[in-house]
Design a protein around this ligand. Structure first.
Ligand SMILES: Nc1ncnc2c1ncn2[C@@H]1O[C@H](COP(=O)(O)OP(=O)(O)OP(=O)(O)O)[C@@H](O)[C@H]1O
Length: 312
């Protein structure tokens, strides 16, 4: 019966911290995540992403509203919720650095009362079989994070909560990790993941929710993120004569022109196609050291939130 419901339902959820002057880390959050969906949580620092993950993981109580995992209330049915979820908070927390990956997983298997025979297939699944008998302290960030994921999967959960799983990884390790997440989706597991990386959210997520100041301001398809990235792309150019730099400001779709370092000009755009206009202008003016970069998450927030008429 409970499996008929969406795996994650959050209604009017709030959480405030007395130690933070009663400031609301979450306020009136509504969210439904469907089965087999990879749902991204994007937001600037302090937006409330981790707080939401912690409430859903039953380690933090909400101060208002409610949250259900497969129909089970995270406050009153914690045991049932914990059986359904796997949590990957990442970093160094929760890994025994002096033990090997195999020893770590055997320890957790015992803790979760699952048979040891689950350990080897999990090591294989996250690509750690060859290094399974080396101490975790010798592992790269990506390897540690894959071990975290194996730990999160040990009790075969239907819902995975991943808090910034790829932060600090090099691009190759992050891509390998995303392949593992894709596989979770293929198995119809539900994934809620927080990220600061818009390109990652665009590549991986079925939908993305944007949190800001504890409020969920939008739930979007990743295509919207792709549009933002291209709309707000930036152009960085070196050795730009002052007269040429001055002309940049008058080009259509140019939102701002800054000079982060002498001789370097950073052009922010706010319309699709504006980057091409800027590049053509610079090349015609003889400036050849140019590069385009995606906007930072913070820049996109400021623009998107501003465009929606919300406070900036
Ligand atoms: N235990 C706590 N005590 C007091 N305030 C807290 C606590 N945990 C979180 N907060 C506050 O709640 C707000 C939301 O924090 P949260 O960690 O959920 O944000 P976040 O979106 O995950 O940010 P980041 O991207 O930096 O991890 C912040 O203002 C933070 O200071």
């Amino acid at each position: 019966m409970s499996t008929q419901q969406p795996p994650i339902v959050v209604r009017d959820l709030g959480r405030s911290f007395r130690s933070d002057g009663g400031r609301r880390a979450l306020a009136g959050v509504d969210l439904t995540v469907d089965r087999g969906e990879v749902h991204g949580l994007l937001g600037p620092n302090g937006a409330g992403k981790t707080t939401l993950c912690r409430v859903l993981s039953t380690v933090l109580l909400p101060t208002s509203g409610y949250a259900l995992v497969d129909g089970h209330d995270v406050v009153t049915q914690t045991a049932a919720v914990r059986r359904l979820i796997g949590v990957v908070f990442g970093g160094e927390r929760g890994l025994y650095a002096r033990l090997t990956a195999r020893q770590n997983l055997r320890f957790w298997a015992a803790l979760y009362r699952v048979p040891r025979t689950r350990v080897d297939p999990l090591l294989d699944r996250v690509g750690l079989t060859e290094r399974a008998d080396e101490r975790v302290q010798t592992y790269s960030r990506g390897m540690k994070q894959r071990l975290h994921l194996a730990r999160g999967l040990i009790a075969d959960p239907s819902v995975l909560i991943l808090d910034e799983p790829t932060t600090g990884m090099d691009p190759v390790a992050a891509r390998e990790f995303r392949v593992l997440v894709e596989r979770l989706r293929a198995e119809r597991r539900t994934v809620l993941l927080t990220t600061h990386d818009m390109a990652e959210a665009e590549a991986l997520c079925d939908r993305v929710s944007i949190l800001d100041g504890g409020r969920l301001i939008a739930t979007e398809q990743p295509a919207a993120i792709g549009r933002w990235i291209s709309r707000y792309e930036q152009v960085e150019a070196q050795a730009v004569p002052a007269a040429v730099a001055a002309g940049l400001e008058h080009l259509p779709g140019v939102a701002a022109v800054r000079s982060p370092r002498p001789g370097t000009v950073l052009v922010e755009t706010s319309e699709e196609g504006a980057v091409a206009v800027v590049l053509r202008y610079l090349l015609d003016a003889g400036v050849s050291t140019v590069a385009t970069t995606p906007p930072s998450l913070e820049q996109v927030y400021l623009r998107v939130i501003g465009d929606r008429g919300l406070r900036v």
